[in-house]
Structures are given as C-alpha cells and as structure tokens.
Design a protein around this ligand. Structure first.
Ligand code: FRU
Length: 495
C-alpha cells in the first residue's frame, strides 16, 4: 500500500514485477488489453509509431481502484497481441504531482511525443495544465524542462483551469494542433483548440465547439479528425441528459459530424449521436495507421459502477474494447472490428438454414470464455427473434429484435454480480433502433471472459461487461413467427 514515498517510475515498475503474479485470473480478459496489476482507465497516446501500435493508458498500479495516475504502456504489431512495456509516466514533477492525466501521442522527426495533463491538487483546489514528454526509443520518456506548455495564461477566460484536460494532438497542413476539454462558467462542455509550430510553444487558436445545458456538465477526452470527407469530433460528456434511447449511462460518448472552418477554427455540426449502446464504453481515442485506417479503442467500463474485481480482491480492474475501424456513413460514425481479429479465429461450428420458431432451439455447452459468433437471420416472416447467451439455469444475456418497431434490445439483467451505478434508473438493459438489411439481422459477437461486444448489422455496437457467478455455456434461439438463420458460425478467438 501507499506510503509517503515518492511515486516514481522505478517504484511503479518494481511494484508491478513483484505483484503481477498475485492477480486473480478468474475474470481476466484473454484478448482485450488490461493492466498487469492494478487499475486501468482511459486509453492514452494511441499511436502507430515505427511500424508498431503503441497504447498507453491511465494506470494506478498500487490498487484496483483509481489513484494518482501513471501512464501504463503496451505495444503490438497486429492490435491483438500486446507486449507489456515499462510504465511511461509517473506523477513525479511539481506540475503533475497528483496525476499524469489523459492525453495523446504524435511522432515528430522520428521521436515520440506524449502530450498529457498535469493534475495538481492544492488545498482541495484542482489545477490542470498541458505537458509534454519525449522519447527517442518509444519506451523511455523525458518530460520537457519547459512544462507545462499550456497553462492558465494561454487558456485565459476561455475555460476553467480546474477542468482543463485530455489534449489530443494532431497535425493539419504542417501545423500542430491540440484539442483540449474544458467547461464554460455555467458548467457546459467546451472544446478548445491550441496550435504550435514545434510542439513546445503553443498559442490559443479557437473554441472548436461548446455544448448546451442538456449535453453534460463537462466534456472529457476529445478527439478530432477528418474521415470520409467529414470533420469528426468525438468526446465523452459527463451527465449528458437521456434523450430517447441515447445517453443512458451516467457518462456517455458522443460523435459530432460536420465541417471544420479552419479560418475561424469552428466546427459546424451536422449530426451527433452516441457512439456505443452498451453499458461500458468511455473515453475512446483514435489513431491513423500506415494503411490509412482510423482505428479507435475505448475504456470498456463506466465511472461510478460496482467493480467486482476490486471488491473481491482480485487486484486488477478495467480493460479496453477491441480496436475498431471507423467510417462515416450517412453522417454517422460506424465501427467494425479491425480485420486483424479475423485471422485469430479458429472455426468451431457452422450451420446453414436453421429454422427457428416458438419452440426454443437449444445448443448446450457452446459458449466459451473467448467465443466469437456470426449470425445471419432472415426475419421476413418473424415479429421477434431472441437469443439467450451463456445461459445457466435462469441466468443469461438477452439479445432481442422486434421487427415492427425495428428495435434491438440487449440486457444483462440478473446476470452474475449485480452491477450498480450512479444512474437514477439502473442501466441493465438498453434498446435502440436499427434497420434490417434486406430483412436480415446480422450479428457479430465477440465474447471475452468478462465482456461482450455485439456488432449489429455493421451499424451499431454494444459493449458491456459482466461477472458470472456460475459460468453459463448454453445458447438458445427463439422466435415469434419464423426466423430462418441462413448461417450461424462459431469460433474461438486465439490470443
Ligand atoms: C476520463 C477522465 C479524464 C481524465 C482521466 C483521469 O475518464 O476523467 O478526463 O484525464 O479520466 O484518470
């Protein structure tokens, strides 16, 4: 446990080596990134650097609860197999002594730059500034002597220095820019833009976008990029108000799609929507790789929820989603699993033309910890089609589609440990509209030990965690009217 000893990199790395063997593996994911020991939240510094994908993350090694933030680090050649690397940043300077908060990475002249938030608490007052660390080898980082590079003077009256964080740095026409989250004096989310020629000297550029009262009290973790001819801002609003089927979690993610005016530095939003309809999706961050793919990864968790791996003393908490490729279609951001994941599939079963009606079709012992499945179901003669997933006695995850209302439902109600949250109503079920494609429902399901990601018709995604008390392995199909499952394939995801 923590003493007054300084939180240095050496201390963190030593602690990890000594303690990672004690982590309880019961709920540990097999192909999603999690910390070797301790707590993980937001993805940080997600970047393609010298032929490899680097992923940093908000990390507190000493406990399975949030604490003074370090940056954990892993790298991968294929986005599936990750190599654990030494901790990249520790809160060891006056300007980041209470945490190296979220940020991003960029390459310049062959060196890797991390831009992050220095978090300081003095007499209960928080001050947040933007700082930079640089590396020649992508592993060992040195903080700039000129830190913080963006502080109160540059922010001026455009935001609050107490909530000023999560810089995402990028290049546009030869100039460096960074979007940073802050808030207005009347507690609305606000994203500001800074510019620099050398990553060291910064100036205030513009207010990119400001939220309404309904859109949350603060926006966190902005990311800004151009994709498919559109300018896209993604961010994570705190306490955005529920609107129909959207934004039911205490904090959400939002994609704003529109056009940037580089003269004024303002984004005109043409459409905005929630990015993922699950219970556990937050703080997504993207990169552009050598194949020109825009790939996003997010923390597969939500603030203020029950964390069973902490409560049970398993000594770890938190994991990332699968990396997903982003596209813009009809002014919506859509996500699909990166293609690399498919080369990790080892096919198990394949069935064609399975007719399902009101008599349940049951497959025993089908679902494993790392099961993938794809279902293509024709619903032209059905009013409803449902799946009980990982069923054991009366416990299962429920997936359901109603044709009349074109509504998809996912529920983890009564499945394993009860997961409470800060939401006014429990968030154990979510519903959203999604159109069938030629009368077909196409589901791709990626299950890991304690999570499920469901891609619906290539248009919507649901990410959720769970903690089974007794493992369920059955799968049940049921339909009102006739559902023709044209193809049903299952595989194991090797990692
Ligand atoms: C988002 C966030 C960021 C902050 C970090 C602290 O989940 O609250 O705004 O930088 O987590 O760990």
């Amino acid at each position: 446990m923590l003493t007054e000893e300084k939180l240095t990199l050496e201390r963190a790395n030593h602690y990890i080596q000594e303690n990672k063997g004690n982590v309880n593996p019961l709920y540990r994911p097999t192909y999603h990134v999690s910390a070797p020991v301790g707590w993980l939240n937001d993805p940080n510094g997600f970047v393609y650097y010298q032929g490899e994908y680097h992923l940093f993350y908000q990390f507190y090694p000493y406990n399975s609860q949030w604490g003074p933030m370090h940056w954990g680090h892993a790298k991968s050649k294929d986005l599936i197999h990750w190599e654990e690397l030494p901790v990249a940043l520790a809160p060891d300077e006056w300007y980041d002594k209470d945490g190296c908060f979220s940020g991003s990475a960029i390459e310049k002249d062959g060196r890797l730059y991390l831009m992050y938030t220095g978090h300081v608490v003095e007499n209960d007052v928080v001050t947040q500034t933007q700082c930079i660390a640089v590396s020649d080898d992508g592993i060992n980082f040195e903080k700039l002597a000129s830190n913080p590079v963006i502080g109160a003077e540059l922010l001026g009256d455009e935001g609050s220095i107490h909530d000023f964080r999560d810089p995402k740095v990028f290049q546009h026409e030869g100039t460096y820019y960074s979007v940073v989250a802050t808030k207005t004096h009347d507690h609305r989310g606000k994203i500001v833009l800074f510019s620099s020629e050398d990553l060291n000297e910064w100036t205030f550029f513009s207010v990119l976008l400001e939220g309404t009262k309904e859109q949350g009290i603060m926006w966190e973790c902005p990311d800004f990029f151009t994709l498919d001819g559109k300018d896209v801002l993604i961010m994570s609003p705190i306490q955005i108000k529920r609107q129909g089927h959207e934004y039911h979690n205490i904090s959400s993610t939002m994609a704003c799609i529109g056009q940037m005016d580089w003269e004024t530095g303002k984004l005109t939003v043409e459409n905005f929507h929630e990015m993922d309809f699950g219970m556990d999706y937050y703080a997504p961050q993207s990169l552009l790789d050598d194949k020109n793919r825009r790939i996003v990864i997010a923390w597969m968790q939500m603030w203020d929820r029950t964390f069973p791996t902490h409560d049970l003393g398993h000594q770890w908490a938190g994991s990332m989603t699968l990396p997903r490729e982003l596209r813009v279609r009809n002014n919506r951001l859509i996500q699909r699993p990166v293609s690399e994941v498919y080369s990790q599939l080892e096919y198990e079963h394949g069935i064609e033309n399975l007719e399902v009606g009101s008599q349940p079709v049951i497959f025993h012992h089908l679902i494993k910890d790392n099961t993938y499945m794809q279902i293509v179901a024709d619903l032209s003669e059905a009013s409803q089609f449902s799946i009980q997933f990982a069923k054991q006695a009366e416990q299962y995850l429920r997936l359901n589609y109603e044709t009349e209302s074109s509504t998809f439902t996912f529920s983890r109600k009564n499945f394993g440990y009860e997961l409470k949250g800060a939401e006014k109503q429990p968030v154990d079920t979510r519903q959203f509209p999604v159109e069938l494609v030629n009368q077909q429902l196409i589901l791709e399901i990626f299950r890991d030990t304690n999570s499920i990601e469901i891609f619906v018709n290539g248009l919507e995604v649901i990410s959720a965690t769970f903690y089974e008390i007794e493992k369920g392995s059955d799968l049940v199909f049921h339909s009102e009217g006739k559902t023709m499952i044209g193809s049903f394939e299952t595989a194991i995801i090797k990692a």
